[in-house]
Design a protein around this ligand. Sequence first.
Ligand code: AMP
Length: 224
Amino acid sequence: MQIVIFGPPGVGKGTVSDALSAKYKIPHISTGDIFRAEIKSGNSELIQYVEKGLLVPDSVVNKVIEKGLRQEAYKSGFILDGYPRTIDQAVFLENALWKLNKKIDLVINLAASDEQIIGRITQRRTCGKCGALYNLVTIKPKKKDACDKCNGPLVQRKDDEPETAGKRIDVYKEETSPLVEYYRKKKLLVDVDASKKPKEVYNSALKVINELVKKDEKQTPAQQ
Ligand code: AMP
């Protein structure tokens, strides 16, 4: 099962992807997490894009994905979060998967209003040690500044500060949102209302995936 969790910054892609990854025991690939880890380990080239809310060039992102998809861990499927973000990336992904005899099974489009996503971005905190995600309103940590899981420090991402968050939403509208129609035309896209509480959003995503699994199970015997 290859699933793309799609949507604007701050809509909750990471939270839903984490939960689905735990449920289906398939890896969660977040290009944002990969780039933040690269920056942390000294790749200063990426700072000019990531910390300013701009997209990393397609050629760089695609290379990371191509290398990643070949890994053994992704053999029985994965959940992509934050990729693709441009039509070029989507075309690249299709070709890369085709070479591996795979395809995208489903694109879940998480939708919420600009006000909601700005609110969520500014309330988001991430554990500086294990990367766990929190929201000071909807997914409150037990202690305000420490991770429930590893007691690491909770930090605000630099690109979650209000000015950069606004830029990221503009970039999403301009460069990424055309993918909604792209995947809708391919009949791969299902909308999920992400304005609800995290648990409800997760349950809606789960329902969509289960329906797809049932449909596949029905089709498989007839096709044999
Ligand atoms: P995210 O954690 O998904 O919000 O990504 C954080 C930042 O990483 C983005 O604002 C971009 O600078 C960069 N990034 C992540 N994924 C991509 C992608 N698929 N294409 C280009 N840039 C990306």
